[in-house]
Write a protein that binds this ligand. Structure first.
Ligand code: NCD
Length: 307
């Protein structure tokens, strides 16, 4: 059985197939509206979410399936002390596939080891967020036509931002992608990303603090929120939260065909005055998230070859 726990669970060829399917779905979603008739997706969310949970639910409903689940640990038996291993054994009797978000790194992997159904990691602590990465890859491919030959600036909380970790892991597999990591020193990428992922694979990257300085070089700017919930103390968060604010003067330094992505939610890091700039792609990105999750559900249920 296939799970999606890390972005590397799919080979580049499998990813290509999945993104091609997502593209076909985007072109004609109605054509896929009965592919999952009679199937159920369980969403087990032990941490807050808007886009990820609802886009998974929208994806399954668009495919003709149904959804069930919980949206906080408090409203599940986790509040009574049930382990994720026991929960998933039970959920395996209720649904054909599940998406799990959990504050503890590795929880979806533990669940997958006891599961009778495919488990999708919908975000585990500060670790990985593979379906956001699928969304990001689809967005970059749709905007640029390819996942090769570009410079990406990842800006903000690169320490706790799991979307950044997953995206770096995935993009190093494409040709000639240069990374500019833009963060205050306290929020730079964890050592395992710098050493085991970037350096170990001889990837072209630099780490800088000032966004303005590198703006003209970028083809994609991936902004992120400072991850308040992962800070150990409130004062550190308050000091960091407005470190970067993307506004019109900064956008003037950028290429005319640079695109701004953001996994959302946005707090202050992108001024709303940017939203109407044709280079602002973050709401389009959220829409692609539904298509890519439809493609993922079909793939993990083994239905991708039948459509
Ligand atoms: C991200 C997450 O949960 O990691 N959100 C999302 O799933 N789109 C980013 C974030 O919360 O900052």
């Amino acid at each position: 059985m296939k799970h999606l726990l890390s972005p590397l669970d799919l080979s580049v060829a499998e990813l290509d197939d999945l993104l091609n399917l997502a593209q076909r779905i985007a072109a004609d979603p109605k054509k896929f509206s009965h592919c999952c008739d009679g199937k159920k997706l369980a969403t087990l969310f032990y941490e807050p979410s808007t886009r990820t949970r609802l886009s998974f639910e929208a994806a399954m409903l668009n495919l003709g399936g149904s959804v069930l689940g919980f949206s906080s640990a408090d409203s599940s038996s986790a509040a009574k002390g049930e382990s994720v291993s026991d929960t998933i054994r039970v959920i395996s009797c209720y649904a054909e596939i599940c998406a799990m978000r959990h504050p503890k790194e590795g929880a979806p992997t533990v669940a997958a080891s006891k599961s009778g159904i495919p488990v999708i990691n919908a975000g585990d602590g500060g670790h990985q967020h593979p379906t956001q990465t699928l969304t990001d890859l689809m967005t970059i491919r749709e905007l640029r036509g390819s996942l090769d030959n570009f410079t990406i600036g990842l800006c903000g909380d690169l320490k706790f931002g799991r979307t950044v970790h997953s995206l770096i892991h995935s993009l190093i597999r494409y040709k000639n992608v240069k990374f500019i990591l833009i963060s205050p020193k306290e929020l730079c990428v964890p050592d395992y990303i710098r050493e085991d992922v970037l350096k170990a694979n001889n990837i072209d990257f630099e780490e800088v603090e000032r966004l303005e300085d590198v703006m003209p070089q970028l083809d994609i700017l991936y902004m992120t929120r400072v991850q308040k919930e992962r800070f150990f103390n409130e004062d550190d968060y308050l000091r960091m939260k407005n470190f970067y604010i993307l506004d019109k003067p900064k956008m003037e330094l950028a290429k005319k065909d640079m695109y701004v992505l953001h996994p959302l939610p946005r707090v202050n890091e992108i001024s709303v005055e940017i939203d109407d700039d044709p280079r602002a792609a973050y709401f389009k990105q959220a829409q692609y998230g539904v298509y890519v999750r439809m493609a993922l559900i079909l793939t993990l249920l083994g239905l991708d070859k039948t459509v």
